[in-house]
Design a protein. Structure first.
Length: 347
């Protein structure tokens, strides 16, 4: 990162799909102190649409091209997960603070390579986009749990429902693209790592595409014995829903229910439901990116780190084995490097 940061943080956004395009608009219209100078996207049509939302930004075919031709202070990575490792290594080589959408990498081996590269520098540079830590209700629940006012956390009931799946969706993506959020959120809420995973497969939804067995129940056990059951249901047909019920020693707390107007008419009760994560978590994404931009200007990472990304990836590896075998699988971690001990990854 240059010694002198421009008055506005100059950001390159890598990827101009749904998430990347959303981040371009967010940085342009809702985040202060930052602006998009480069959109890195090989698809010319996507790149043109994204650049149209960011006056003054340039479309580039690769991140090295953007770094060579534009003045860039920081990077937002919103490309598909399999491309993250290569992009992050370029960012680290250039010494650029980076916000990387989940997953950090698809597996823990890639995450370790990124951690190894990051530790060659003076300080952490990467924040992982676990945006639920920035959602107002998740924060309120986290505060309740950590306060101890309602006693210890005992269990969590979680639901993660999508309306439908896009072409090319495969069973492993239920873990790596969806449940990875619950994996991070459960560890964050419990204040300790997930140590074991099981996956149960109830009766198959006939709406699911051929070859996809869902919904599934993913059971996460933490170090002290907190048990979280996650219903992952990706062809529900009802919209986009993410809910959590926390069972504590002297209370039950619930978050994520649909907010907004409810109507009773024509003999029915009607309320709207979200259909995409970009609206369900818009405020959380806005808060996340604003806080990241502010922290980047101060020269720190104060959100989920590469270590948090590695930890989630390690659980995903175990969960994929459990999904394939039906067995309970223990999660294996390396020891936390001292490099990441200065931050607890809190939002």
């Amino acid at each position: 990162m240059p010694d002198h940061v421009h008055d506005d943080l100059r950001v390159a956004v890598v990827g101009a799909g749904i998430m990347g395009g959303d981040h371009v608009r967010r940085l342009t219209h809702r985040v202060s102190g930052a602006r998009v100078v480069s959109v890195v996207e090989p698809d010319a049509d996507r790149a043109a649409r994204a650049v149209a939302d960011a006056p003054g930004a340039r479309a580039r075919g690769s991140l090295p091209e953007a770094l060579a031709r534009d003045d860039v202070d920081a990077v937002v990575v919103a490309s598909p997960g399999p491309f993250h490792e290569e992009t992050l290594l370029v960012c680290l080589e250039a010494g650029l603070p980076t916000l990387c959408e989940k997953p950090l990498t698809p597996d823990s081996h890639g995450a370790r390579r990124v951690m190894d590269a990051e530790q060659k520098g003076a300080r952490p540079l990467i924040q992982v986009g676990f945006m639920r830590r920035y959602d107002a209700e998740y924060r309120e629940l986290h505060a309740l749990v950590t306060s101890g006012d309602a006693g210890a956390l005992l269990a969590l009931h979680c639901a993660h429902r999508n309306c439908s799946t896009p072409p090319g969706y495969v069973e492993s993506m239920m873990i790596t693209d969806s449940v990875v959020h619950e994996i991070d959120a459960v560890a964050w809420l419990a204040g300790e790592p997930v140590t074991a995973v099981e996956v149960k497969k109830p009766r198959r939804n006939g709406r699911a595409p051929q070859g996809l067995h869902e919904p599934q129940l993913v059971l996460l056990t933490t170090a002290s014995g907190v048990l979280a059951d996650v219903e992952i249901n990706v062809n529900s047909g009802i919209g986009y829903q993410v809910t959590t019920d926390a069972v504590l020693e002297s209370a039950v707390a619930s978050i994520g229910r649909t907010a907004g107007i409810t109507q009773w008419r024509d003999g029915r009760m009607v309320t709207a439901e979200h259909t995409t994560y970009t609206t369900r978590f818009q405020a959380a994404y806005d808060a996340e990116v604003q806080q990241w931009a502010d922290a980047t200007r101060r020269g720190v990472v104060d959100g989920p780190t590469t270590w948090d990304g590695y930890r989630a990836a390690a659980v995903c590896v175990a969960a994929l084995e459990a999904q394939a075998t039906g067995r309970r699988v223990e999660v294996e971690y390396i020891d936390r490097p001292a490099f990441y001990a200065a931050t607890d990854g809190a939002a």
